[in-house]
Write a protein that binds this ligand. Structure first.
Ligand code: PRX
Length: 664
């Protein structure tokens, strides 16, 4: 990615300030801004001492010799220390009263439910650890996990962690080709899967995809298949084994060996701006320290919470904030198998009410879908058990934030807008809900112990409200250690934009995000640097224009991209979905187009007004819910789709967008 432009114009100003409710602050781990500032100051004075104190919240079998060894661009944390992630997530809870506490309360899409206490989860994990060992999986081997949202996905992850195998979870919505690519790149020796998975009432044939993916695999020796629906699947003798058969014979006693702090815990693939997916490698001690600490502080976790994160275990959020962070804290987590609109668009609200869920963590794209489906769905349910809301994954439009706060949170729940990445492993920028005054649309300030900033191309800090690049100036415990099998790519992608300087300035980690800091130091993410558009010499964050569009009463969702323009350099094209489905007359559509352009003009300024607005009933998204702007750019430019579309969730969207094009 090249960074040739030096300025990013940021013109969206959000003035609202929402203070933590006193009732919340009084009970919170960090109960005031003053205390948060003191914590931040303490961390800044000695960042390593700060993280050492956090690491001590875990059980270590042997202490570390040095806290952090940083040799550009290689980081090691808690070097010499020994621990076991599964021990920290299970054994230490089972040793005390939490053994009978619910670890996972699970609900299947068809409505079946299961509760696993810490004791039950511990037993399952020990047994599956023995199963893996029995299949010949050794410490350091890679195990691919390709499953839906079942407790067994977490059991498989924890069993790998227990024996020191490295897991790579592949999202169950990925195709056989995508799975094959990840299995081959990681050299997995074993795949854990299920017969098929439920999604929106449909069945997704996971085992069939595994068969396809491992056909010519040089490394996969064993496949373990969990029976979920009972549909008939082909089992290849000697290679394929039923989960329940292996578990029936497995011993429930499995030791948790002391592993090095830098032992590889997992590889998780994420897409770069181009090319093949990157296998982000995370290790043991530093990762768990920060995942556990941030879960406790950001979600202000209390013993009696029931915490629901709607992510899939196939993404980093599912790793850090469904499995490792919550379980390391001995929390009760709620896990749901299926789609948010099955059988009806009120499924989440129905579950929150029935299970008395207290913390709800989801993504802006989901929130915008909820808005589009209408207030009547949440309004039908008692959401009074909720005390905290969270978002992650992309900038949240202030209007969506306000809706979330009002309709889901009943005006009483703080919202933690958490900025982080697959690469950062854990939350980096976020409010602490009992302490930080919130502004809709910003993840607010870096957490104590995180040195993040917005800088110019030359590395100097940006002025207030001057757009620049988001960087992290000091290593942090849960940072990625490398791109699996490609250290050069790791170095080039993350550490070459801001390498160490002769004057002694250290290297900065390059996040790939554009951002600005406001007068209070709050960081406003403006989207990926490649989602930043230059119009008539002004660089504009497309996310800001989208926010402006979504703040219009008729708009449900918007994506803004650039297309080349002779005069302005770039013209802005907005793809817009409207609330409600009613068909409108051509005149009304034209009127709305001009109203929206004026609205954006009013919200941001004349330069940000889209040159073209195209109405569509859906936007192309990845399976994790990110809008695929690259495809929209190609459509906007009037060309055909040439790039990779394998991560697209719903292919028919492309056809419909082309039709929208014809109508325009
Ligand atoms: O652009 C930022 C956006 O998502 C990117 C990371 O994506 P991924 O690795 O898939 O991880 C998502 C879950 C952690 C970031 O570079 N992003 C993530 N959280 C936020 C965000 N943008 C704005 N606000 C956030 N809270």
């Amino acid at each position: 990615m090249s960074l040739t432009d030096t300025s990013i114009s940021s013109v969206l100003q959000e003035e609202r300030l929402i203070h933590p409710p006193p009732a919340f602050s009084n009970e919170a781990h960090v109960s005031s801004l003053r205390k948060l500032k003191a914590l931040r100051k303490q961390a800044a004075a000695d960042i390593y001492a700060f993280w050492e104190e956090r690491a001590r919240a875990l059980d270590w079998f042997a202490p570390w010799r040095s806290t952090c060894e940083w040799k550009y661009p290689r980081a090691k944390w808690f070097v010499g220390g020994k621990l076991n992630v599964a021990h920290n997530c299970l054994d230490r809870h089972v040793a005390g009263w939490r053994r009978n506490k619910a670890a996972i309360i699970w609900e299947g899409e068809p409505g079946d439910t299961r509760t696993l206490t810490y004791q039950a989860l511990f037993t399952q994990v020990c047994k599956f650890a023995n199963v893996l060992k029995g299949l010949g999986v050794k410490r350091g081997d890679v195990v691919a996990i390709y499953m839906g949202m079942l407790p067994e996905a977490a059991i498989a992850m924890l069993a790998c962690a227990r024996i020191g195998a490295t897991h790579t979870v592949v999202f169950g919505g990925f195709s056989a080709d995508a799975l094959r690519e990840r299995i081959n790149d990681s050299k997995a020796v074993c795949v854990v899967t299920q017969d098929d998975a439920y999604r929106r009432g449909q069945s997704i044939a996971l085992k069939e995809a595994v068969d396809e993916a491992v056909k010519k695999s040089a490394t996969v020796r064993k496949v373990v298949v969990l029976r979920r629906s009972g549909v008939e699947v082909r089992m290849k003798s000697r290679r394929d084994h039923w989960w329940h058969e292996l578990m029936a014979d497995a011993s429930p006693i499995a030791s948790a060996p002391a592993l090095n702090s830098e032992h590889p815990l997992f590889i998780l693939y994420t897409s770069g701006s181009t090319g093949k997916p990157k296998g982000i490698l995370h290790t043991t001690g530093g990762y768990l320290t920060q995942a556990a600490y941030t879960t406790k502080m950001v979600f202000d976790l209390r013993e009696d919470d029931l915490y629901f994160c709607t992510a899939d275990v196939g993404w980093i959020t599912g790793h850090s904030y469904i499995v490792y962070g919550p379980l390391a804290n001995g929390a009760s987590l709620f896990m749901y198998e299926g789609a948010p609109n099955h059988p009806e668009p009120d499924r989440f609200w129905d579950m929150i009410a029935r299970h008395r869920i207290t913390i709800f963590y989801t993504a802006p794209t989901a929130i915008r879908a909820f808005m589009k489906w209408g207030d009547k769905h949440p309004r039908r349910h008692d959401l009074s058990s909720l005390r905290l809301l969270g978002t992650v994954g992309e900038p949240i439009n202030p209007e969506a934030w306000m809706w979330y706060h009002r309709v889901i949170g009943g005006g009483r729940c703080p919202i933690v807008d958490t900025w982080w990445q697959t690469e950062t492993g854990a939350i980096m920028i976020s409010p602490l809900p009992g302490a930080t005054p919130l502004k809709p649309g910003t993840a607010t300030l870096p957490l104590p112990g995180i040195d993040a900033d917005v800088v110019r191309r030359d590395g100097s800090p940006c002025d207030v409200n001057e757009g620049g690049y988001l960087v992290v100036k000091q290593p942090w415990p849960s940072m990625l250690r490398t791109v699996f099998g490609d250290f050069q790519r790791y170095k080039k992608t993350y550490w070459s934009e801001y390498p160490p300087q002769k004057d002694g300035r250290p290297a900065y980690y390059f996040t790939g995000d554009g951002a600005r800091r406001d007068a209070d130091g709050y960081i406003w993410i403006m989207g990926r640097v490649d989602d930043v558009v230059n119009v008539s010499g002004h660089r504009l964050g497309t996310a800001e224009i989208e926010s402006a569009l979504v703040s219009h009463q008729s708009v449900a969702e918007a994506a803004v991209v650039a297309r080349p323009d002779d005069v302005k350099g770039n013209a802005l094209v907005a793809f817009v979905t409207l609330k409600g489905q009613a068909k409108q007359s051509a005149r009304a559509v034209e009127k709305l187009r001009s109203a929206l352009r004026n609205h954006v003009g009013g919200e941001i300024g004349h330069i940000a007004r889209p040159d073209e607005i195209r109405f569509t009933d859906a936007l192309p998204k990845t399976r994790s819910g990110k809008i695929m702007r690259r495809l929209l750019r190609e459509i906007a430019a009037g060309g055909s789709i040439t790039g990779d579309t394998t991560t697209l969730e719903d292919f028919s969207v492309l056809e419909r967008l082309r039709e929208a094009d014809d109508d325009a």
